[in-house]
Design a protein around this ligand. Structure first.
Ligand SMILES: [Zn+2]
Length: 318
């Protein structure tokens, strides 16, 4: 059934967008790797999801009456793959769920029965009341407890910087340094969560020793050895969070964070081109995520679960 702008589905998704403050969500989004069964020509086409909210890593499906009720017309006839339409719909629902899970996305179903409807199951559309229904459903699903964004505290950051090199302080377990969440370390390198991430899942890798020139202060051997850690951590991020791409960058400033470090940043799937790349990292514009200690710990152990054997052995020893 073609999606329509005036449909109840679009109305509900717009309410979700309002609650999440994510107005530029994707309606009827198709992920290239979420496929339906082969059609008459044998090709598998991407299955749409009703709404995709990339900033919240959320898929929302709105189930109209015909979705769950055995309405004769909708269920009539077999599909090309030989299953009834009703059965295929359930298969596709399961496929969307599995896709969401595999990609670290949350899938929330909003059912028409949660709203006030007329006898045909069409929404009465009372936005104030419907917004409350949507908000409660999202809260119950844990969506609204997503890490919150806060403005980048540039002054606080510079005050911290004035206390000395934050990587060296972390390596030396300086108790006056705000807490960091370390994923892995050895005598050569340390990997830890970015304390002020613009993107969920951002990790920093740094040499343990204070070096400032990303290539000039290392022998080729030392550099390649550090890249082995960068590769392993980036792979852990990729496998744990299933981003569209993983970015690896070495930035820094002689006036602030001079200690060489690599940013490993998962670019979430489905962002429009203009929100990718450096735009994704604009913490001064978009603020930074505020992860609770529990959220950070959860992320750390998830990433640790994807480390290669040679790194995990070291974790076990500690
Ligand atoms: Zn340092």
């Amino acid at each position: 059934m073609p999606a329509r702008v005036e449909s109840d589905e679009k109305y509900v998704l717009d309410l979700v967008a309002q609650v999440l403050a994510e107005p530029d969500y994707r309606w009827q989004h198709r992920f290239p790797t979420l496929l339906g069964d082969p059609g008459k020509d044998g090709r598998q086409r991407p299955l749409p999801v009703d709404g995709y909210f990339p900033r919240h890593r959320l898929i929302v499906e709105y189930w109209e009456r015909q979705h769950s009720a055995p309405v004769a017309i909708m269920d009539e006839g077999d599909t090309v793959s030989g299953v009834s339409r009703g059965h295929q719909r359930r298969l596709y629902d399961q496929r969307r769920q599995a896709f969401a899970k595999a990609n670290g996305l949350l899938l929330v179903v909003l059912d028409y029965r949660g709203f006030e409807t007329d006898e045909q199951g069409r929404l009465q559309r009372r936005p104030e009341r419907d917004l409350v229904v949507v908000g409660e459903a999202l809260r119950a699903a844990g969506v609204l407890s997503e890490p919150r964004r806060m403005q980048l505290d540039m002054e606080g950051y510079l005050a911290q910087v004035a206390e000395g090199c934050f990587v060296c302080r972390l390596v030396e377990d300086d108790p006056t340094l705000p807490p960091h969440h370390v994923i892995w370390r050895n005598s050569e390198a340390i990997a830890f969560l970015n304390r002020m991430p613009a993107v969920y899942g951002s990790v920093l890798v740094a040499p343990v020793e204070h070096r400032e020139q990303v290539t000039g202060d290392f022998s080729l051997q030392q550099y390649l050895s550090l890249q082995r850690v960068v590769h392993a951590i980036a792979e852990a991020v990729r496998q744990a969070l299933q981003p569209e791409r993983v970015y690896v960058l070495s930035l820094g400033s002689q006036r602030a964070n001079a200690h060489v470090h690599w940013h490993i940043v998962p670019c979430p799937p489905g962002l429009p081109l203009e929100e990718q790349q450096l735009s994704l990292l604009d913490a001064r514009r978009d603020g930074v995520l505020e992860l609770s200690p529990e959220e950070a710990e959860e992320l750390v152990s998830r990433l640790q679960g994807y480390l290669p054997g040679w790194m995990r052995d070291r974790l076990a020893q500690e």
